[in-house]
Each structure stands twice: as C-alpha cells, then as structure tokens.
Design a protein around this ligand. Structure first.
Ligand code: GLN
Length: 536
C-alpha cells in the first residue's frame, strides 16, 4: 500500500458509547488482515496529560513505555492489537496549546496573530500525521468527547481540513446511540440524525455510521438512517450490546465494518482476517464455568474504570486458565481488623491495588496481613506492594511505626522513601518514576519461574521506593527481593517464599497484559488461586 490511510472515529448523542472499543476492534480487524495499524486518541480536555486527573474523572491513568501518563483508551489499543503505544498516541487540547504557546514565545510565528485556525488546527494535524511514521497502513484516530461540544470543535475542524486536503486518504466513522423507548416499544433514530447534522454543520460528512443499540436494528431502520444521513445502507453498522468487549471485533466483522472501510478506500484485493486465536479466546471466555473468586482492595472501587487494566489482565489470565473471573471490589478505607475476615472470607486470592495518598492505606495493610496469615495467594501492585511491605515491617520485623514517607513524613522507619540519589541516573518526569524499566529477576524465585526469563521490562508510575537500608533486615525476617533494577539497585519485586504465592511489584504488570499474551504474573496468580481453592 502506498499511502497511509487516516480513519477518524467521532461520537455523537452521548459519551461512553465505546469509541475506544470500536476503534480497537476495527484496528484489530485490519491488523488481522495483515495491515500495519496505529491508534491514537485526541482528548479535548485542557489537562496536559492524564497524570493529574483523579480516577473518578476519566478512569485509570494508563502509562506508556516511554513514560507518558495517558488516557485509558490506550490500554484497549494495546490489549486488542498487542501493540505498544507511546506519547504520540494520546494528545490533549492542553498539550496542543502548550506546544503552540511555546512556539509563539520562541517567535516561530514571526509576529503573526496566533489563532485557533490555522495555528491550533495545524498543530493538531501535525500530531495526527506524525502517527503515519513512514510504514503505517492505517492510522485510526479517536476524537474524545461528543460532537457539538465546544471543546472538541478544533479537533473536528482539523478532521474537516485533512479530508479536504486528502480526500482519498481519510474516512470518518461516526458512533451514535439508538435508544429504545420501552413505553412505545420503539427504537429511535432521531438522536442519530441530529448528531450527524451537528457533524455536517462542522463540515464533516461521516462515511460510516456505527449505531450502538440494545436491540437488533432491522433493515428498515438502517435504510431510514442511511437516507437521512447521506450514507450507504451497507455503511450503517449495528453495534449491539455484547457480553464482552472482546466479542466486538467478531461482531463488527460480521456486520461488515472492516470490509466497508477497505472498499471506501478503494481496495479491491485483501486477505480475509485471521481471527483464529482471537476466536479461541472468546470461545473460552464464553464456555468457562469454573469460577475463580478474586478480591481487589482499593481506594477507588466505586469507579468502574479506575482499575481497568488490572480487571482486564485478570480476565485474560482467568480465561487462559479456563475459568471465569468473579471479581469482588472492596473499599480499602472501610476495611479494618474487626471486619477483614468477614469481608474477605471465601476468596481464592487477594489483590491490593495501586494508588496515591493516605485514604485507605491502613485498610490495605490489614488486608495484606490477612492474606499473609491465611496463606491466601496475594498480589500487591504499586501502593499495594508498599502496604504489604509496611505490614511485614510492622508485624514481622517489629517496626511498629513503619510507614511510607508518603503517608507519614516523620516516621522513624521510612520503609518507602524518595530515593533522589539512586534515581538521579534514571529518567524521571518531575519526581515520578514513569515508564518502562528493566528488572533483573532472582534465579529460582517465583517471579523468575513465572516469567521464564531473567530480565523483564515493566512500567512504573510512582514516587516512593523501597528504602534499601532495610533490605538485609527484611531478608533475615523472610522477605525475598526477587526483582531489582540493574541500573539503580531499586527494589521492583518482593516475595514471601515460605507462602503459597505472595508477590508484590513496584511496577504495574497489568499494562503489559494483552488478550493473546496474558501476563505471566497474572497467569501464575490465577493458577495459584485455583489451586488454593481446590486444596481448601
Ligand atoms: N503512591 C505510591 C508512590 O508514589 C505508589 C504509586 C503506585 O501505586 N503506583 O510511590
């Protein structure tokens, strides 16, 4: 293929319709046909990245290997396509303005008045085009927000300009919602018509409409939408609610989405998609009846997307272990010595979630103690690992006031601290250790056996590090430090080898789990959960 093709995914009627899943599913289908695909998300908010956003706002903060704090949709892209994203794959309005303002201060605009059109839109177009990167067949760019929003206007305007400049290389897929009115037993197309009108007002005619719905749409309805919205009937694609997001590529393929896209771009010959492995996974997901019960203790459990990648990594691992995940979420700040046994009883494994700040820390410490004393398979991630080590410090080593400095800056035993010296040779953004770092695994350790290799690279997002001056003492007390950053000596993995399966990671293994390559630690964790259940 000669030139990169650009596909834009916009949304109308409502947010949360699944633009990210639609973009990922289409990307998967094109990739399965042998094309090279890149995905990108443009976010209309003014935040420069997702780093400062609390998880109640936009869900989890996904971290790319190059250390960018990104929108969680990048997680879908990686999980569906098995690709690695980077900082170019997620651009916010804040970043666009930051870059344009920097250029203005440098005098790059030679005294011109700097305006939304053309300066902001030029910068947006530059960010989209740079994704092509020479060898990419398709770039799929998801535009966050809903058409008609004030803040997404410059993005839609940039799409209009790109289509005007490169009519044969651009395509717009618009995702809308067809509500079902129970009282009149009718599906309604008016919201779709209006949202397409809004897009048309901005100068963009959608080429393909993907209609989210809870009920089958029927030919007549598709015909009506096609007529009102100036698209072919074959370009009106039904996206019915599915039991799993991983069914989306198969369902959208049945509906002909990838075929319509290829035909619109004028392709005449192409491979059938190879979806065998994907189908195997979704069949396993459907068939699994053996249940594995995992409890997640965290601070943001009321927000369903706050631990998205962890939830998905557990689904990947459970499915590949031929079982169905039953995930129970527990509010960390409501857990204490009195109620922990009642709350966590009957679970096959316990996962302590990452996080920031004091709220819920003591609850996590209590949960870690329960898992340790009951020998329940345990995985602590980020702050979850730190709480497990603090628990061990207090109850096994005997430092009753052991703490992370994040929680108590005046503690006599700062088990986790800012390690400025050791970190000086590591790349950091501010004081945060971000992105992928090497981790050397200890020969014969559980981690090394799980990974089946000696050095791994995993992604980090934290400020505090295990304080190495306590290492020897902790080792004597029975804790094993089985993953170390070879450049800085920082602790990345801890284990309690005398227990069944007890692992804490300073990094976030969940970001490296994909549908077709579940993460080895999650695989081991789920397997241990199943074994422990069968033994009890
Ligand atoms: N708040 C902790 C730190 O900054 C842990 C962060 C995390 O869970 N990744 O070190």
């Amino acid at each position: 293929m000669s030139r990169t093709k650009f596909i834009f995914v916009t949304g109308g009627v409502s947010s949360s319709l699944g633009k990210g899943i639609t973009a990922s599913a289409l990307g998967k289908l094109l990739q399965a046909r042998g094309f090279k695909v890149a995905l990108q998300k443009l976010d209309p908010y003014i935040n420069v990245n997702s780093g400062m956003l609390n998880p109640y706002e936009q869900g989890e903060c996904f971290v790319t290997e190059d250390g960018y704090e990104a929108d969680m949709d990048l997680g879908h892209y990686e999980r569906f396509l098995g690709i690695r994203t980077n900082r170019n794959c997620n651009v916010t309005t804040g970043r666009i303005y930051q870059s344009v303002i920097q250029k203005e201060r440098r005098g790059d605009f030679l005294g011109k008045t700097v305006q939304v059109v053309p300066h902001i839109t030029d910068e947006i177009k530059r960010c989209i085009k740079q994704m092509a990167n020479g060898d990419c067949d398709f770039v799929i760019t998801e535009i966050g927000g809903t058409v008609g929003d004030i803040e997404s206007h410059p993005f839609i305007e940039s799409v209009r300009q790109l289509r005007w400049n490169m009519p044969d290389d651009c395509l717009c897929i618009h995702l809308t919602y067809v509500p079902y009115l129970a009282a009149s037993k009718e599906l309604k197309t008016k919201p779709t018509q209006h949202s397409v009108k809004t897009l048309l007002e901005a100068g963009v005619q959608p080429d393909v409409l993907v209609l989210r719905t809870e009920h089958k749409l029927g030919k007549e309805l598709k015909r009506k939408v096609a007529l009102f919205c100036n698209v072919n009937e074959s370009s009106v694609i039904e996206a019915i609610d599915l039991p799993s997001v991983y069914d989306a590529p198969l369902k959208l393929h049945e509906e002909g989405l990838d075929l319509v896209v290829l035909k619109k771009f004028g392709f005449s010959s192409f491979h059938e998609p190879d979806l065998d492995d994907w189908r195997k996974f979704t069949n396993k997901l459907k068939r699994a009846s053996n249940v594995v019960r995992i409890g997640l203790v965290g601070k943001y459990v009321e927000s369903p997307d706050a631990y998205k990648s962890i939830g998905e990594a557990l689904v990947h691992a459970a499915t590949c272990n031929d079982c169905r995940l039953e995930l129970s979420l527990f509010q960390a700040d409501q857990m204490n010595e009195e109620n922990v046994a009642r709350k966590l009883q009957g679970l096959d494994a316990i996962l302590l979630a990452p996080g920031f700040g004091q709220r819920g820390e003591e609850g996590k410490v209590v949960a870690a103690k329960y898992a340790r004393l009951k020998n329940i398979p345990f995985l602590g991630i980020g702050l979850g690992m730190q709480c497990a080590v603090v628990e061990f410090a207090r109850n096994v080593v005997g430092f009753f006031d052991a703490e992370s400095k994040e929680m108590n800056p005046d503690t006599e035993h700062p088990i986790f601290d800012l390690m400025v010296d050791e970190k000086s040779n590591l790349e950091t953004e501010g004081t945060m250790r971000l992105g992928a770092y090497d981790c050397q695994l200890k020969a014969g350790s559980l981690a090394q056996r799980m990974y089946g290799t000696d050095v791994v690279r995993e992604r980090h997002r934290h400020r505090y590090e295990f304080n190495n001056k306590y290492k020897e003492m902790f080792e004597k007390a029975g804790m094993s430090f089985t993953g170390i950053n070879p450049q800085s000596g920082l602790v990345e993995i801890v284990e309690l080898p005398h227990l069944r399966w007890y692992v804490g990671t300073q990094f976030h293994p969940e970001f490296n789990s994909t549908v077709l390559t579940p993460h080895p630690l999650f695989m081991g964790f789920v397997k241990a959960a199943l074994e422990s259940r069968d033994d009890n």
